[in-house]
Design a protein around this ligand. Structure first.
Ligand SMILES: C[S@@+](CC[C@H](N)C(=O)[O-])C[C@H]1O[C@@H](n2cnc3c(N)ncnc32)[C@H](O)[C@@H]1O
Length: 245
């Protein structure tokens, strides 16, 4: 994702990423489908340990409804917000009770009527969003947390200090665009908007790009027997609350 381009446009229109998002990325047996299994386990754990309020839930940049469909049964009311009509059309087939809203809260903060939530998720958004959009999105999300017990869970699917460094080195040589964020960058992004990270997690020691060098079975084996500490995980997950003033 080029930071010269506006990430808002990345999934718009029938010929965009939306077309193949689930079929290509999350097809059964794929790397991302395996990762998603682990993410679902983590989500369940986080809901149990960190989210006491179960009234309202927002999935920011919900895309095709992957996270929404998993989380919606835990809440009385769920909302999915995304800028892309085509991504939302897929989500519509997937969710049961969620209200889907097309809009851009970074430009129209009242797009959800000022509603606040007990739990907000934002998956696979911040890494590829350009820096200004990251700030605008985090600002909106922080304002949409209901109270001190409310939680935000956001992820960044490319830790700078992980096996992704190997991919970064190659991208540097071939001048490919390549996004990454460090743990401290993520924590600071949240802090600039008054959010405190109460816990963070890491999944996946070996970057997806390494699958070009090793089969998926070898990746699964390496993840089992040679998992690296969370600081070096490729996929990062941050649970945040409003900071104490
Ligand atoms: C990589 S997809 C992730 C979808 C979903 N969260 C998931 O993890 O499967 C990123 C999504 O961000 C959405 N997006 C980009 N800019 C946005 C904005 N300003 N407000 C809401 N959604 C936005 C895109 O339309 C796209 O659906």
């Amino acid at each position: 994702m080029k930071h010269g381009r506006d990430y808002r446009r990345s999934h718009l229109g029938p010929e965009s990423w939306a077309k193949d998002y689930d079929a290509k990325l999350f097809s059964p047996g794929s790397f991302d489908a395996l990762l998603w299994q682990r993410e679902q386990q983590l989500l369940d754990r986080i809901l149990q340990q960190h989210v006491p309020g179960r009234d309202s839930y927002l999935d920011f940049a919900c895309g095709t409804g992957r996270v929404l469909a998993h989380v919606e049964p835990h809440f009385r009311q769920a909302v999915g917000l995304d800028i892309s009509e085509t991504m939302l059309a897929v989500a519509k087939q997937r969710v049961r009770t969620t209200a889907l809203v097309e809009g851009d809260a970074t430009r129209d903060p009242m797009v959800l009527g000022g509603q606040q939530f007990d739990f907000i998720t934002a998956f696979r958004f911040f890494l590829n969003a350009q820096p200004s959009l990251r700030e605008e999105a985090m600002g909106f999300i922080a304002s949409a947390l209901k109270n001190e017990q409310s939680r935000l869970l956001f992820n960044v699917h490319g830790n700078r200090y992980s096996t992704r460094m190997l991919v970064a080195a190659k991208a540097g040589l071939t001048r490919e665009q390549f996004a990454s964020m460090s743990v401290s960058e993520c924590i600071e992004l949240a802090a600039r908007h008054g959010l405190e990270v109460v816990e963070w997690y890491g999944i996946g020691s070996y970057d997806k790009a390494l699958l070009r060098l090793m089969p998926l079975s070898a990746w699964r084996w390496a993840e089992r027997v040679a998992a690296l500490p969370k600081h070096l995980s490729v996929y990062l997950y941050f649970v945040c609350r409003r900071g104490r003033r």
